[in-house]
Design a protein around this ligand. Structure first.
Ligand code: ADP
Ligand code: MG
Length: 416
C-alpha cells in the first residue's frame, strides 16, 4: 500500500506546475517565448521533486513519475525544453552515484527521447483528441522501455514486474488526465481571449456608426478647400504641406471606411459574381499602388467561377490582402495572384508575396482589431477581410515564413 501512497505523492508533485502555470502565468506573461521558458523551469522543478521523493522498492531501485513532466514539457515545449529536461534528469541522477540505476536512466532516455521528439511535430499540429492519444501512446512506450531495460540490467522478478506495472498504470492514467487538463485550460484561455475580442468589436461597431458620418462631413469640406488652395504658382514647401494634409485626410477616411464596412451585414445585397473578373478589376485598381512600391504583379486567373457575394465587399477584402502583400515588400518584389476552380466545390484564390513574412504568433494574431506592425497601419484591414470572407461562407488560410514570404489562400464556395 505504501507504494501507492508514494505514487500519489508523485502525482501531487507533477500536477503543481500545471496549476501554477494556468493560475499565474497564462494571463500575465504575454510573450510565447517567456511562457515556454517559465513552463520548462516549472517542469524542471517538478522533475527534481519527483526524483527527490521516489517510490523505493528492493535492491536500491527507485521509480518515479518523472516521465510525466518530461513528456508534457517536451510535447508542449519542443526540442530545447526537451533536451533541457532530459539533461536535468541525467545530472540529478548522477547525484545519486554512477550505479546500474544511472545506466538504466541513460539507456531509457536514449531510446525514448528521439521517439518523443519525432512525435512532437505531429502533436503540435494535432487537435485535442489526437494529442491525448499521442501523449498516452508515448507514455506507454516509455514505461515499456523502462520495464525492459530494468529487467535486462537486473533480471525480471515478479516483485519488480508488479511495481513496474503499477508505475505503468499510474503513468498512463496521469498522462491521460493531465493532457486533458492542460487542453481544457488552454481551451478556456482561448475562449476568454476570443470573448475579449468580440466585446471590443461590439463596442467598435456601435460607436462607429454614430461617429463616422459626423466626422466625415468636416473632413470632406477640409479636403475640398485644401484642393482649392493647391494652385500651380504656390511655393514648393506649401504644396508639400497641402499634399500631406490631403493624404492624412484620405487615411482617416480609409479608417472610417474600414470601420463602417465592419458591422454591416452583407446578406441582403449578394449577387452572382465572377471571381476571376472581379480579381482583374482589383488588380487594375491596385496597379499604380504597386508601382509605387516597385512591385510587379503576376496573374494566372481563371474566369467563369461564380460565387454569391457583394462585389464591393469582395473587392475590398481582396484589396486589403493585396495591399498588405505589396506593403510587405518595401524594396520591391513580386506578387503572384492565381485563381482556380477547386474540385471540392471551392474557388481558390492565392495571393503570394516575397515580403517580410510572419511567425506563427503573428499569423495567429492576424485579424484581431488594431493589430498592426506598421508605423501608420490601422490594424483593421485583415479584421475586415476575415469578416467579409466568412460572411460569404469562405475561408482564409495563411502560410508564411519569416524573411521568405506569405501566401494568403482564399476559398469561396462556388455556385453553378
Ligand atoms: P495594417 O495593414 O493597417 O497594418 P492589417 O490588418 O491589414 O493592418 O494587417 C495587420 C498586420 O498583419 C500588418 O501590420 C502586418 O504586420 C501583418 N501582415 C498582413 N499581411 C502581411 C503580409 N502579406 N506579409 C507580412 N505581414 C503581413
Ligand atoms: Mg493592411
Amino acid at each position: 500500500m505504501s507504494i501507492v501512497k508514494d505514487f500519489l505523492l508523485q502525482l501531487t508533485l507533477t500536477v503543481i506546475p500545471i496549476f501554477i502555470y494556468s493560475t499565474f502565468i497564462t494571463e500575465k506573461v504575454k510573450s510565447e517565448k517567456n511562457k515556454h521558458v517559465i513552463m520548462t523551469i516549472l517542469w524542471g522543478i517538478s522533475i527534481i521533486l519527483c526524483m527527490s521523493f521516489p517510490v523505493s522498492f528492493g535492491q536500491n531501485a527507485r521509480l518515479e513519475l518523472r516521465i510525466i513532466p518530461l513528456l508534457l514539457g517536451s510535447l508542449y515545449g519542443g526540442f530545447w525544453p526537451s533536451i533541457f529536461l532530459a539533461g536535468l534528469i541525467l545530472l540529478y541522477r548522477l547525484n545519486f552515484g554512477i550505479s546500474v540505476g544511472f545506466y538504466n536512466t541513460v539507456l531509457v532516455l536514449l531510446i525514448s527521447l528521439p521517439f518523443i521528439l519525432f512525435f512532437q511535430k505531429s502533436f503540435k499540429k494535432a487537435k485535442k483528441d489526437k494529442r491525448v492519444k499521442i501523449a498516452v501512446g508515448l507514455s506507454v512506450y516509455y514505461c515499456l522501455i523502462g520495464l525492459t531495460v530494468f529487467g535486462m540490467l537486473r533480471g525480471f522478478t515478479f516483485e519488480h514486474l508488479k511495481v513496474q506495472m503499477i508505475h505503468l498504470i499510474f503513468a498512463v492514467v496521469f498522462t491521460w488526465s493531465f493532457t486533458l487538463l492542460i487542453e481544457k485550460i488552454r481551451e478556456i484561455h482561448q475562449l476568454r481571449l476570443e470573448m475579449q475580442d468580440s466585446e471590443k468589436l461590439r463596442v467598435i461597431s456601435e460607436l462607429t456608426s454614430v461617429f463616422a458620418h459626423e466626422i466625415r462631413n468636416p473632413m470632406q469640406v477640409t479636403r475640398g478647400f485644401l484642393q482649392l488652395l493647391d494652385e500651380p504658382n504656390l511655393a514648393q514647401k506649401k504644396k508639400e504641406y497641402i499634399q500631406l494634409s490631403i493624404e492624412e485626410l484620405d487615411r482617416a477616411n480609409e479608417i472610417i471606411n474600414d470601420f463602417l464596412s465592419f458591422g454591416k451585414p452583407t446578406i441582403h445585397n449578394e449577387i452572382r459574381v465572377d471571381v476571376g473578373n472581379q480579381l482583374h478589376r482589383v488588380v487594375n485598381l491596385i496597379h499604380s499602388y504597386a508601382l509605387g512600391y516597385n512591385v510587379e504583379i503576376k496573374t494566372d486567373i481563371y474566369e467563369n467561377g461564380w460565387i454569391y457575394a457583394n462585389p464591393q465587399k469582395l473587392n475590398q477584402s481582396l484589396i486589403n490582402i493585396l495591399k498588405n502583400a505589396i506593403e510587405s515588400m518595401p524594396t520591391g518584389g513580386m506578387v503572384w495572384i492565381s485563381c482556380v476552380s477547386n474540385e471540392d466545390g471551392y474557388i481558390k484564390i492565392s495571393i503570394k508575396d516575397q515580403g517580410i513574412g510572419m511567425n506563427q504568433e503573428q499569423i495567429d494574431r492576424l485579424g484581431s482589431p488594431f493589430y498592426s506592425l506598421k508605423e501608420s497601419g490601422t490594424g483593421l484591414g485583415m479584421m475586415v477581410s476575415f469578416q467579409i470572407i466568412s460572411s460569404f461562407k469562405g475561408k482564409i488560410q495563411v502560410k508564411s515564413e519569416k524573411g521568405v514570404g506569405t501566401e494568403f489562400i482564399i476559398l469561396l464556395p462556388q455556385i453553378a
